[in-house]
Design a protein around this ligand. Sequence first.
Ligand SMILES: C[S@@+](CC[C@H](N)C(=O)[O-])C[C@H]1O[C@@H](n2cnc3c(N)ncnc32)[C@H](O)[C@@H]1O
Length: 253
Amino acid sequence: MSRMTMPLRAALTAWFGLSVGAAAAAEPTAERPVRPLVIDLKIDRSAEIPPPQTHYMGRAIAQTMHYTGAPWLVRESRQREEDCRMLLEALALKPGQTVCDLGCGNGFYTLELARQVGPEGTVYAVDIQPEMLRLLVARARQAKLFNIRPVLGTVIDPRLPVGEVDLVFCVDVYHEFSHPEQMLTRIRKSLRPTGQIVLAEFRGEDLAVPIKPLHKMTKAQVRRELEPNGFTLQRDFDQLPWQHLMFFGLTDE
Ligand SMILES: C[S@@+](CC[C@H](N)C(=O)[O-])C[C@H]1O[C@@H](n2cnc3c(N)ncnc32)[C@H](O)[C@@H]1O
């Protein structure tokens, strides 16, 4: 089921590949041998997962986008609708950083993140649907990007290393978390002291954004949910056509 309102759905036709940033593909070298692009599937199946929440802090939680909808994520119109280049530039990534594309889908943004952090950096590509991760791996192999670590997460745990991540990037994902508090707790633990979580969410305040309300969020709602979970808003980037881009750091304890 599409999350867009009708008129724009008709315009979505072709598969799309971005090319942002000039960093070279992270080709293997003698010093930096190939890291096989193998999906880490070792989730702890004994961990008890509470029933999914339907609401959080007054907001209805959206259903997970099914992997059969993946072509929508690489639609031709995405650059125009999201200004993906500007969005990526706003992240101001640096070579060598460790970032996570959380809820990476088929890797539309993952490949660009991998180019920007370069061969010395790492991108954890996390999703709860192995099918999405397989699509991502196929695209990463074709692009010859070897600094991506695809990880199968669970709805309560993105399975990230503790205290190592510079940036957790969530595009059009947070509003789908069925267990927001558990996810935010794990994300907090994964970040370095200076690390950030960045949310890109379609603007709930803006009726002109042709996305169903369930898949949008207001700034006030994002803050209402993240601040009690140990995050402080550090920066808002307000120039994207349809989305908020909100940068949160760890709240001092
Ligand atoms: C709308 S798609 C966005 C994909 C990608 N971020 C993009 O912008 O192209 C949302 C993705 O988030 C994933 N997702 C939902 N809840 C998740 C969770 N708790 N942990 C990891 N991934 C999750 C879904 O499986 C789906 O692939």
